[in-house]
Design a protein around this ligand. Structure first.
Ligand SMILES: Cc1ncc(C[n+]2csc(CCOP(=O)(O)OP(=O)(O)O)c2C)c(N)n1
Length: 368
């Protein structure tokens, strides 16, 4: 393992200036250190945008690098093949290897991508090296030297990072407590809308929903980050008499913010979209999102949702959900929540397989 400080120092020594990406816990150490330095790390909305930010920096004479989880590799393939490779833009990318080498030791959503990551990149002609968990400082510097040769030849090299290869660092200190806990907000939503189909975004939200209000009409996402509202839209359009509530995260909503416009355009009356905004990617270690400078309710209104409200208290959440259920939507509700404390409950897939949970949800919708 190399220390997070040595990872960052190695890149600085090679002349890298700008870092960007979407967090994976594997990069929690470097992102925390870069964040502490101020503007050296740009939190991108999704992995494709991260690569495009890096491409722009290269065009402007910079030397950037990108960090992402392999679950987000698909988001990056388009700008890799049709921007970075087409224009010969030298960008260095680090990709964590969830689900590798043994997918059975990781969560089910990494089972396909873990073994496929290297093959996908090689099929696209991208040079790949592996940063192993037992790597030394010298080994890392050799990897960087090899990458530098690829960059000089105007190629975009990838370093695939085995779990445990990079050390951790102190995560950013939690800001002022926003008051309402996400588990409490989730419990109130489920209680106020007992017959709604609930779709929970990937990460801790699904785990909390499973703990506080498991029911057959819940769909727990694991992976496919950013697509909760699109799933909710598909359900709402297909089952127009079924109330549908999406429980989103701020990082996830930002990842595919364009779906707000699709929902506003399609205007399903039976959809309520709730974002639990803690201003961080908490499930990957608390790295900041950009939501502190974005009004989600303003964006939803602009996108054509019928109503959009901001909530901070239990009563405000209860009233917002009750109002949304009583009147045609689509509705939007942004709930400012604090960062989680204490033990995070287990995933739904600790109790049943992802396929069984999905089938249970589909059967419940069919019976409704
Ligand atoms: C496409 C993709 N990129 C990155 C990840 C890694 N990841 C899992 S959960 C998560 C953070 C989600 O943040 P947010 O939606 O704000 O919810 P929170 O964790 O704060 O509850 C990230 C980055 C992923 N699963 N998929």
């Amino acid at each position: 393992m190399i220390a997070a400080e040595d990872f960052c120092a190695g890149l600085t020594d090679q002349g890298f200036t700008l870092a960007t990406g979407v967090p994976c816990s594997s990069f929690g150490g470097p992102i925390a250190l870069l964040g502490a330095r101020g503007d050296a790390y740009v939190p991108a909305a999704n992995e494709g945008a991260a690569l495009a930010i890096a491409a722009g920096a290269v065009l402007a004479g910079g030397r950037p690098y990108v960090m992402l989880q392999n679950s987000g590799l698909g988001n990056l393939v388009n700008p890799l093949t049709s921007l970075v490779q087409t224009y010969g833009l030298p960008v260095l990318t680090f990709v964590s290897l969830r689900g590798w080498p043994d997918p059975s030791t990781d969560e089910p959503q990494h089972e396909v991508m873990g073994p496929a990551t290297r093959a996908v990149l090689e099929a696209l002609g991208a040079p790949c090296q592996i940063l192993r968990a037992d790597c030394t400082d010298d080994g890392f510097r050799e990897i960087l030297a090899n990458a530098a040769k690829e960059l000089d030849a105007r190629r975009a090299p990838f370093v695939l990072v085995e779990r445990g290869a990079i050390g951790k660092a102190e995560p950013p200190a939690a800001g002022q407590d926003a008051g309402l806990s996400s588990a409490e907000a989730i419990r109130i939503v489920a209680e106020t809308a007992p017959t709604a189909a609930l779709i929970a975004t990937t990460g801790y939200t699904g785990r909390e929903l499973f703990a506080v209000a498991d029911r057959p009409g819940n769909f727990y996402m694991q992976g496919s980050m950013g697509h909760a509202s699109a799933i909710g839209l598909g359900v709402a359009l297909t089952r127009p008499r079924q109330p549908v509530i999406v429980l989103d995260g701020d990082g996830a909503l930002l990842m595919h913010l364009g779906t707000l416009s699709t929902i506003g355009h399609e205007a399903p009356p039976n959809l309520l979209h709730v974002v639990l905004d803690n201003q961080v990617h908490e499930s990957t270690g608390g790295q900041c999102t950009t939501s502190s400078t974005t009004s989600f309710s303003g964006a939803a209104t602009a996108a054509g949702y019928r109503t959009a409200v901001d909530c901070r208290t239990q009563n405000e959440v209860r009233a917002a959900v009750a109002d949304a259920i009583a009147a045609p939507g689509p509705h939007f509700c942004a709930v400012r929540v604090g960062r989680r404390t204490g033990v995070i409950p287990p995933r739904a897939t600790s109790a049943a397989s992802a396929m069984d949970l999905g089938d249970r949800f589909a059967t419940t919708l069919a019976q409704g």
